[in-house]
Design a protein around this ligand. Structure first.
Ligand code: IMP
Length: 426
C-alpha cells in the first residue's frame, strides 16, 4: 500500500486541496505535515465549499485518520474556529489527532509579523507575508523558546509561567501599546487550548502502525516547492519546508517509505507576495486570467500575481522532489483565451538555460523564451469525461508538457468540483 506525498510544484495555490480531497477518499491516514494557517486549501464537495487552513483535508472522509503533523505551527484561535465550522456542518472530529511536536502560534507572533513587515517595507524589502505569525513562530521554534502542543498536556501553572515569561520578553521587543495585557491573552489562550488539548498525542505511533499494516497514507503538502525556506526563492519564501522530504519529516515517516510523489502543477503560475517571478504577465492579460481563474488568496483574499507556466523551474522542482507523477490543474481556465503560452527556456548571462537554479535568479537578464504558437481552444473542458474528449489544443498542451518534464501527467483537473478530474493511463 502506498505512502503518497502531494506536493505543490510552484509557489503554492496549485489546487492541492482538491487533489488531496480526491485521494483521501481511499486513504486510511492523511497527515498535514508542515506550515500553518497561512495555507488555504479550497475544497468543494458534498459538504459545500470549505477553505481548510490547518485541519487535513482528509477530514471529509469519516473513515480517515487525520493528523496535524509535527512540522506544523498551530494558531489556537483559528484552529478552534476551523473545528467549530466543521462541526457545524456535521463533520465528525473523532478521528483527528494533533502532534505533540506541533508548535503554537502565540499572540505576539502575529504582532511581530506585522511589525517586521512594516520594518522591511521601509527598507524596500517587504516579503508580503500572510501576517499569520508564521515566520516569528518558526523563528522561536528554532531559537528553542517556543511553546508546543506537548506543553498543553502538562501542569497548568507551569504553562502559565512560560506563557507570561514569553509575553514579557516579547513586550520589550514590540512597539508600545500593540499587545493587549497578558491576562487577557492568557485567558483566550487557555479557553482555546483546553479544546485542542484532548487531540494532542504522539502521532508517530499511529503513523507507524499504519505503515506496518500497509495502509495508504497521504501526506498533504502546503504552500509549494518554490516557497520552501531552503529550496525556494529565498528570502521571498515561507518559513518551513514544502518538499516531499519535509513532508516525510513532519509526519514522522522514514523517507524511503514514500512510494509516490504527486506534483501538483497549475497550467500557469501564480504567486502572492513579493519575490522573483520570471514569467509574470503584463497587467491587462493578468487581470483577465485572474478573473477567469478566480485567483485570489483563499486565506487573505489578496489578488495573486499571474504568469505563464515555467518549465525550467518545474525541472528544478522535479530535481528536489523526484515526482513520480503530476496532476495538472486549471487547464480549463485556458478555454476561450486569445493566447496561451508556456516558458521553455530562460536567458541567464546571455546563455539559454532549460533549468533554472537559485544562483541564477539574480542573473536573469532578459525576458524568458515563451512558446507562443500553441493551439487555442474554446470548448469548456468541464464537459469532457475522458482525455480523448479534450479539444486538440488542450490535449497537445498536456502531451507537450509531459515531454518537456519527462514525468507522466496522471490526472488533469477540469473544474473545482471533486468529480471534475480526468485520469490518464492506469
Ligand atoms: P508567510 O508564510 O505568511 O510567512 O508568508 C511568506 C510568503 O509565502 C508570502 O509570499 C506568502 O504570500 C506566501 N505564502 C504562504 N502561504 C501560502 C499559501 O498557502 N499559498 C501561497 N502563498 C503562500
Amino acid at each position: 500500500m502506498p505512502v503518497i506525498a502531494v506536493v505543490g510544484a510552484q509557489w503554492g495555490d496549485e489546487g492541492k486541496g482538491k487533489i488531496v480531497d480526491v485521494l483521501a477518499q481511499k486513504a486510511h491516514v492523511v497527515v498535514r505535515s508542515s506550515g500553518g494557517n497561512n495555507a488555504g486549501h479550497t475544497v468543494i464537495n458534498e459538504y459545500g465549499e470549505f477553505a481548510a487552513h490547518i485541519i487535513p483535508v482528509g477530514i471529509f472522509n469519516p473513515e480517515t485518520l487525520c493528523i496535524v503533523g509535527g512540522g506544523t505551527v498551530l494558531h489556537p484561535r483559528s484552529g478552534v474556529k476551523e473545528l467549530e465550522e466543521l462541526t457545524a456542518r456535521g463533520i465528525s472530529l473523532k478521528r483527528l489527532l494533533i502532534s505533540s511536536k506541533a508548535h503554537l502560534i502565540l499572540p505576539w507572533h502575529i504582532f511581530q509579523d506585522e511589525a517586521e513587515e512594516k520594518r522591511r517595507s521601509k527598507n524596500g524589502a517587504k516579503i508580503g507575508t500572510t501576517l499569520r505569525g508564521i515566520g516569528p513562530a518558526y523563528s522561536d521554534k528554532a531559537a528553542r523558546i517556543n511553546l508546543r502542543a506537548q506543553d498543553l498536556l502538562g501542569n497548568r501553572d507551569a504553562l502559565r509561567e512560560k506563557f507570561f515569561a514569553l509575553y514579557e520578553l516579547k513586550r520589550k521587543l514590540l512597539p508600545r501599546g500593540r499587545m493587549p495585557d497578558a491576562e487577557t491573552l492568557w485567558q483566550e489562550f487557555l479557553r482555546d487550548t483546553e479544546i485542542l488539548a484532548p487531540f494532542v498525542c504522539d502521532i508517530e505511533l499511529f503513523v507507524w502502525e499504519a505503515l506496518e499494516k500497509k495502509q495508504t497514507i497521504l501526506l498533504e503538502g502546503a504552500q509549494g516547492t518554490l516557497l520552501d525556506v531552503d529550496d525556494g526563492t529565498y528570502p521571498y519564501v515561507t518559513s518551513t519546508g514544502c518538499t516531499a522530504a519535509a513532508l516525510a519529516k513532519g509526519a514522522g515517516i522514514p523517507p524511503q517509505t514514500i512510494t509516490r510523489v504527486v506534483g501538483v502543477v497549475k497550467a500557469y503560475c501564480t504567486r502572492v507576495g513579493e519575490g522573483p517571478f520570471p514569467t509574470e504577465m503584463d497587467f491587462s492579460f493578468a487581470d483577465e486570467m485572474r478573473e477567469k481563474g478566480k485567483e485570489y488568496g483563499a486565506t487573505t483574499g489578496r489578488p495573486r500575481r499571474i504568469g505563464w507556466l515555467d518549465v525550467p523551474l518545474l525541472r528544478y522542482a522535479h530535481g528536489l522532489n523526484g515526482f513520480t507523477e503530476l496532476v495538472l490543474t486549471k487547464l480549463d481556465v485556458f478555454s476561450g483565451l486569445p493566447r496561451v503560452m508556456l516558458c521553455t527556456e530562460h536567458v541567464v548571462d546571455g546563455r539559454i538555460e532549460d533549468m533554472l537554479m537559485p544562483t541564477q535568479f539574480p542573473k536573469l537578464s532578459q525576458a524568458p523564451n515563451l512558446m507562443s504558437n500553441l493551439r487555442l481552444w474554446d470548448q469548456d473542458l468541464a464537459e469532457c469525461v475522458a482525455f480523448k474528449d479534450f479539444p486538440c489544443g488542450a490535449r497537445e498542451f498536456v502531451e507537450y508538457l509531459e515531454k518537456l518534464i519527462r514525468v507522466p501527467i496522471r490526472f488533469v483537473s477540469t473544474g473545482p468540483q471533486r468529480h471534475q478530474m480526468v485520469m490518464r493511463g492506469e
